[in-house]
Design a binder for this molecule. Sequence first.
Ligand code: ADP
Length: 239
Amino acid sequence: MKQYEIRGRQEALLRANSDLEQFAYSASHDLKEPLRNIRIFSELLLREYRHKLDERGANLIDVVGVSALRMDNLLADLLTYLQTNNLPEELPELADANHALQGALSNLHAAICEAHAEITKGEMPCVRIREIHLQLLFQNLVGNAVKYRTEGCPPRVSITASRSGEHWLFLVEDNGIGIAPEYREKVFGIFKRLHSNGQYSGTGIGLAICQRIVERYGGRIWVESAEGHGSKFLFTIPA
Ligand code: ADP
């Protein structure tokens, strides 16, 4: 194939990809409003007409509300995923990773308390990344470390950072259920989940968001784990 033909196909592919993302963005955005109505009106129905419903009727409306809430979470995660594609070309200001981690831990406060999780954190560096993106990384990784815990064993999560050549290396380590070797790469795929919603709730988008952010800033993310022996999620950001 000639050079100009290859370039033409690459451009067509990029355009198709960008059109698809734009479509997903608009569809997700437009679905939010009707979904909000489904949630609000099923809540209203339960509140104002409960006395007229038998148990089965109330349960059915409950299912509508819970499903709408799940879809709302899915859309919110999908929108975050799509938004992380539009990162600025120019290098951002230095962000204090201590601050980003603190923000993530505050947002996870309820989940951390509920699980009686023990969190330890090392001193964090300043890195060239938008603080909100670093916070999203910590929030997804620490949130998962708390969520995928071994039954009957309170989660212990440690977050540390060290310099590794031209990069900062961040490590989020847990003592949870772990990941079998054959899934170590697959878990970063969008919508890829290893468990049903009944076992652990989730959307399967968190790690795809993490991978997208890290790669946009020129870093790498991976997991070292063995089933039943906890997980170590590592990512790098250029120093
Ligand atoms: P979600 O948690 O919403 O399902 P993620 O993209 O964050 O989606 O994670 C994808 C899958 O990877 C999870 O469904 C889970 O099976 C697995 N996983 C992620 N983090 C951990 C962890 N710390 N320990 C064990 N499994 C994990």
